[in-house]
Design a protein around this ligand. Structure first.
Ligand code: GTR
Length: 370
């Protein structure tokens, strides 16, 4: 793998003229890059908070998953003056004495797709019973309730209420669906903070593919989240855009223009003009524990571009922990690594989220959240 190709100019985490220290990072550069990521990729998140929040309980099953855990479904009604949006959240809590560390997954897929509850739902996408068996509360954020993943309906929710225009955000930098889903992740954290069974200081966020992009963006903006994890997130997520193979900005903005801000389209076939790239997004998690997962035949996401971004982001982690040294060569399939606060694995197989991924996630999280 070539870490640097001379034809690509990868923007540095620190400007050459500025000192590289945790202080300069925390007291300015971090905010600056967060702003650039918002302005150029995801759009700026409006700052207005809901005036009122009401919790409606949709379901409550104390003997879920064959008597393995307590399952609840709630709807968070978020009001802004006369308008309101609703966010659906499903939780599974282990038996015994809490508060429990949390595995919170962003799920933007339409509810029908992953609606079956474990154990009927044996597929590994969100194995709530396996998570509670390992002592975690499993929390799924069903973001389609607040912003449908659909190019005609995506404004039927928070994006129709907080467009960004009311805060004077220029049109090119207004948020899209990924911004809205990430915002939903933060509203879920607000909810978890109010419930005694969840340890709000021990929340890990994750997501697969489009939700992986979202998990990274949510974790970047919301430092209450203790561990940031993503899976097969590719373009607009963990993969460095410059020189990547598979999906390009031209593909993703053509197929999913509503996921991003308009400004992102300015970089179609001109990635080099973009002032940011994925290593900056990954660096936003620092110095918090950070896990990246890829799948070996996921050419569309580009496994080398994902690892390259992690490698470059590890430079920032090194400010906090000089002993961190990731291998220059991407590790092979099914050989997870855990170095300092960084974890990584390449799962053998296709673009997906499986039991293998979850086991690796939890092995990593156990070091921090237990
Ligand atoms: C693809 C998209 C990818 C990824 C994926 C998914 O079609 O091009 O970037 O987000 O969808 O979410 O499954």
């Amino acid at each position: 793998m070539k870490l640097y190709q001379p034809q690509w100019h990868i923007p540095p985490l620190f400007a050459e003229s500025s000192a590289r220290s945790t202080e300069t990072w925390e007291k300015g550069r971090r905010e600056e890059l967060l702003r650039l990521l918002a302005e150029n990729i995801y759009g700026i998140t409006p700052s207005r908070k809901p005036d009122r929040i009401e919790i409606e309980v949709l379901g409550d099953n104390p003997t879920a998953c064959g008597c393995k855990n307590h399952h609840k479904k709630i709807l968070m009604h978020l009001s802004f003056g006369a308008k309101s949006a609703a966010l659906e959240i499903w939780t599974w809590t282990p038996y015994g004495e809490g508060p429990f560390p949390v595995q919170m997954m962003i799920d933007p897929f339409e509810k029908e797709l992953h609606a079956k509850e474990p154990p009927e739902f044996l597929y590994g996408f969100f194995p709530a019973d396996m998570l509670t068996d390992r002592g975690y509360a499993a929390v799924k954020v069903l973001t389609s309730s607040i912003c449908p993943d659909d190019k005609t309906r995506y404004r039927n929710g928070i994006l129709g209420i907080l467009t960004g225009e009311e805060e004077g955000i220029p049109e090119n930098h207004r948020w899209g669906a990924i911004g809205a889903w990430a915002w939903a992740g933060s509203r879920c954290v607000d909810y978890l903070e109010t419930q005694p069974e969840f340890d709000e200081k021990k929340i890990a966020i994750s997501g697969c593919s489009r939700a992986g992009k979202t998990a990274l963006w949510c974790g970047a903006q919301d430092q209450r989240i203790a561990v940031v994890m993503s899976n097969v997130s590719g373009t607009g997520g963990a993969a460095i855009e410059r020189g990547k193979i598979g999906e390009h900005i031209c593909d993703i903005t053509k197929n999913f223009p509503f996921w991003f801000c308009k400004q992102y389209e300015a970089y179609v076939n001109d990635e080099d003009a973009m002032p940011v790239d994925a290593h900056m997004l990954l660096a936003m998690a620092a110095p918090r524990p950070h896990y990246l997962a890829s799948a070996s035949v996921d050419v569309w996401a580009d496994i080398d571009a994902e690892y390259k971004a992690l490698y470059l982001a590890s430079d920032l982690y090194r400010l906090y922990d000089p002993a961190i040294e990731l291998p220059q060569e991407r590790p092979g399939a099914n050989q997870p690594i855990h170095i300092g606060n960084i974890g990584y694995h390449l799962r053998e197989g296709i673009h997906d989220l499986t039991f293998y991924d979850w086991n690796c996630y939890m092995d990593f999280c156990d070091s921090y959240l237990k």
